[in-house]
Design a protein around this ligand. Structure first.
Ligand SMILES: [Mn+2]
Length: 318
């Protein structure tokens, strides 16, 4: 951590990148870092493949996250957040990052995924942290940041969304301790919980109901799917799929849940576990993916029918 703090102190122009299909943690950690470093007069460019999801537009500073490759490419440091692998940034941005790396621009990789490939020049991977936002908060404290409401709001949002509102296994006593510190520093706990967990667009609720209706059980394991046509029929945005797999996991008696989402060019698969018996990370590796013990992702380039067949077979032998 010390090395990273020193590198950041010395850098002037910093590129901050996170993963495609951003979530609360990637957005929260990016904005938190950006606002804090702006205070000490760093020139920051936050770059993501995809736009900020609707749910997180309430965060002040989210308009500073860009989707365009910068024209002025002179950076002296790259920080990647919540990214287990360079390719997680998305094709377009990965290509840009590789160009910068060829020019020997130093890369700091900050993440909490077990499957992180340590692709940075300096890697800070803490798999015991609830979220990347939690790691960024600890780092900013070491940088003697003068925290304000907007900084802690974004970091708190990252923590709240990666822990499912402090519901998932990754919620540790340390998580509550840091959350408490953030609240003391001005984080608006209730507003954030309302924005992230109590403001579902009705079309998303309809999508959830479709997923629940289609649920198929194999012992204490469950899976369901979303078809491309569902989005059109329900007038639902692609980002509404976020977190839906947890609705399957919440069912009494379920220990392992899988959600398949049909996309234009692939099937995206989410895996969630709520018991030590099932390792989502290991299971996801059978489907070109990985992640954490209790939450992981994968994908398939086969049809949804074949992917379901394959999944059933794997679930039966799990
Ligand atoms: Mn995360």
């Amino acid at each position: 951590m010390k090395k990273i703090v020193e590198k950041i102190k010395r850098a002037k122009k910093i590129l901050v990148v996170s993963h495609k299909r951003p979530d609360g943690d990637s957005i929260g950690s990016q904005i938190g870092l950006l606002l804090a470093l702006k205070k000490i007069k760093k020139d920051i460019y936050c770059l993501n493949e995809d736009e900020v999801p609707e749910t997180f537009l309430f965060l002040k500073g989210c308009e500073l996250i860009k989707n365009e490759i910068p024209l002025n490419k002179k950076f002296d440091l790259i920080v990647t957040l919540d990214m287990s692998d360079l390719s997680r940034s998305g094709e377009r941005i990965e290509k840009f990052l590789k160009e910068l790396l060829e020019k020997k621009i130093f890369l700091i990789n900050i993440d909490h995924h077990d499957s992180n490939t340590n692709f940075g020049d300096e890697n800070y991977i803490d798999i015991h942290s609830s979220s990347t936002s939690e790691i960024v908060f600890k780092m900013l404290k070491k940088l003697n940041t003068k925290f304000d409401k907007d900084i802690v709001n974004s970091l708190y949002t990252g923590m709240v969304s990666d822990t499912g509102n402090f519901l998932f296994e990754n919620t540790k006593s340390e998580t509550f301790k840091l959350a408490s510190e953030m609240i003391k520093l001005g984080a608006e706990r209730q507003k954030i919980s309302n924005e992230v967990y109590m403001s579902r667009p009705f079309q998303k609720v309809k999508l959830i109901s479709r997923v629940i209706e289609r649920a198929k059980f194999i012992d204490d394991k469950v899976y369901s799917f979303i078809k491309l046509s569902d989005f059109k029929e329900l007038n639902a945005k692609k980002e509404y799929t976020d977190g839906i797999v947890n609705e399957l996991l919440k069912i009494k008696g379920v220990g392992f849940a899988v959600l398949l989402t049909e996309e234009d060019d692939q099937i995206r698969i989410s895996f969630r576990s709520k018991t030590e018996r099932y390792n989502a990370d290991l299971f996801a590796r059978k489907f070109n993916g990985g992640g954490h013990y209790y939450a992981a992702g994968g994908r398939s380039e086969d049809t949804i029918e074949n992917t379901i067949k394959n999944l059933e077979k794997e679930l039966n032998s799990l």
